[in-house]
Ligand binder design. Structure first.
Ligand code: GLP
Length: 243
């Protein structure tokens, strides 16, 4: 695991974006896996700026998002689909047919999970998977006790994740947060050729310490990243403070 420790959030985002832009300029047909959450917002802002100010070309890029809530329409203000459009896709020149998220409103969710997994596989697989991390060690929406061998599947969110997402995105109203989601599984994530995990702030310090130093355990799903040969952690000083 390569670890970059940055001064703060901004430098974390800049470091990740430098790698991403370099990779996109080397391979315009890059397949990129993307997270949602507060942490990647700075990354998306800088990617949008790189397009606007420096003409970075995203027209051949393909993206796959990690997850989507079950039951939120794609236009719902808190859907991950909407989040991605507002934060990134509407600000770069990626064609609509090139970005993908699971459909949390599909009639048959099991079938939707299979469709999504197949879509990723048939694209040739993800070259770089960008990840955030939940306070309980979840990646995507793979919550503690997840099974490491699964591809895209439906999950029940933990109370902790619901509370955390309520605070950040639903005005603190737990009742409005969907209780289920579709997420790429740990297997889908580990299939990526390279993984970049970003984290910022003291509230991520404990889980980052576990990710780096503790034995692999499904109780802290992100520890499985120790098994991947090409992982880069880009974390700020606060998130790195317990390593
Ligand atoms: C959500 C997402 C994850 C994300 C995590 C951390 O639950 N499903 O992909 O990494 O939250 O979010 P944040 O970056 O806001 O701390």
């Amino acid at each position: 695991m390569n670890i970059f420790i940055t001064d703060g959030y901004d430098e974390m985002a800049e470091t990740a974006v430098d790698i991403l832009i370099d990779s996109i300029e080397t391979n315009r047909f890059l397949k990129l896996g993307l997270p949602t959450g507060k942490t990647p917002e700075g990354v998306y802002k800088l990617l949008a700026r790189a397009h606007k100010n420096c003409g970075v070309d995203f027209s051949k890029l393909t993206t796959f998002n990690l997850d989507e809530y079950v039951g939120l329409d794609i236009n719902h203000p808190q859907s991950y689909n909407r989040f991605m459009k507002e934060n990134l896709f509407s600000k770069i020149n990626i064609p609509e047919k090139n970005y993908h998220l699971p459909n949390g409103c599909a009639k048959d969710l099991e079938e939707e999970c299979l469709r999504y997994e197949k879509l990723i596989r048939e694209s040739g697989g993800i070259d770089i998977q960008l990840l955030g991390i939940g306070g309980n060690g979840h990646i995507g929406f793979n919550e503690p006790s997840t099974c490491f061998s699964r591809g895209t599947h439906k999950v029940k969110l933990t109370k902790e994740t619901i509370a955390s997402n309520a605070e950040k995105f639903f005005d603190g109203d737990i009742d409005r947060v969907p209780k289920e989601a579709i997420t790429m599984g740990i297997k889908s994530i580990l299939d990526a050729k390279k993984i970049i995990l970003i984290a910022s702030g003291i509230e991520k310090a404990k889980v980052i310490e576990a990710l780096v130093n503790k034995p692999i355990t499904s109780r802290i799903p992100a520890t499985i990243l120790q098994r991947h040969a090409n992982v880069i952690l880009i974390i700020d000083k606060a998130a790195a403070s317990l390593i």
